[in-house]
Design a protein around this ligand. Sequence first.
Ligand SMILES: Nc1ncnc2c1ncn2[C@@H]1O[C@H](COP(=O)(O)OP(=O)(O)O)[C@@H](O)[C@H]1O
Ligand SMILES: C[C@@](O)(CCOP(=O)(O)O)CC(=O)O
Ligand SMILES: [Mg+2]
Length: 347
Amino acid sequence: MTTSSAPGKVYLFGEHAVVYGEPAVPCAIERRARVTVDRRDDDLLRVHADDLSLDGFTVEYSGASEGTPDVAVSESLIDAAMGYVDAAVEQARAAVAERRDDGPDPETIGFDITIESEIPLGAGLGSSAAVTVAGIDAATRELGVELSPEEVADRAFRAEYDVQDGEASRADTFCSAMGGAVWVEGDECRTIETPDLPIVVGFDGGAGDTGALVAGVRQLREEYGFAADTVEAIGDIVREGEQALQSGDVAELGRLMNFNHGLLEALGVSSRSLDRMVWAARDAGAEGAKLTGAGGGGCVVALDETDETGTALRFTPGCEEAFRAELDRDGVRAEPATDGGQSEGDA
Ligand SMILES: Nc1ncnc2c1ncn2[C@@H]1O[C@H](COP(=O)(O)OP(=O)(O)O)[C@@H](O)[C@H]1O
Ligand SMILES: C[C@@](O)(CCOP(=O)(O)O)CC(=O)O
Ligand SMILES: [Mg+2]
């Protein structure tokens, strides 16, 4: 039995535009997904994902090869929910096959998989990347293969790319695998040194559909030259922010985040509750605030050394939760094995 964990993230700058080769700076935060993988004697896949609640129901899913999941929901919904886990297993098997020419074909090895996550789903904190990264790391190690964090990042990107029908950048998966703050621009990915940042997150309890939101921006960008210019202008903000990041100039970072939110709003990926939380943070004295991730609902990120923003957010209608998020310098890591909440005979 092997357990790995990987962090979620916030975007200081650059989401959406990063899909078109502009730079972005996601930062890993101390909220993690843990994935426990246990090799089976057969080729079946069984997934326990207790945190996976979709529109009010919770799914306990027995893997693709085992047939029907034990909930009465449409198969397409289950596919959408479990896509990242299936894709992570596929990438892990491929990575092991690439390293080995002896032993059983990895395609014929099944797993019991348990996912425990502190990262809300579809809220812009990169739960999909954290689950995919931790899943690939745990499944490869379970089969005796150690991948570098960079290799895990690359495999996890391929998984997200497949699940999101080609609408994905390397940003979330690289950040989750490496930890800390990272710079991602097309295929160029590197970690960057940053001082600790006073990150505050507000969560409206909702979620956005990453694939649909990315597709919406793509369409706008194709339809209007000024939407394409807006995407490029987001890239300019990120380039402008590099200096402020290195020097830890929080006031300048905040100004640039405010600008970035305005452009994301123009691209149609904000929402009333995200805007409300952004304004509540600004009114409370935050240096800056913006939505994080795909948008549509979910989380905003603000910078504030004081507790004012957190307090104001907690009193903002539509804000379900506000918390300070420490930068997580660790990326994917092995965890001591637990039974992942599964007991004997549960599988
Ligand atoms: N705890 C979890 N258990 C199982 N799958 C998860 C879990 N957390 C996230 N996922 C997968 O990630 C998807 C959400 O990813 P996405 O829409 O990209 O939002 P985000 O990455 O911002 O959280 C879920 O629909 C599910 O497929
Ligand atoms: C919108 C996008 O830039 C970030 C999506 O982040 P999240 O899945 O909402 O956490 C898409 C991507 O980079 O793959
Ligand atoms: Mg995601």
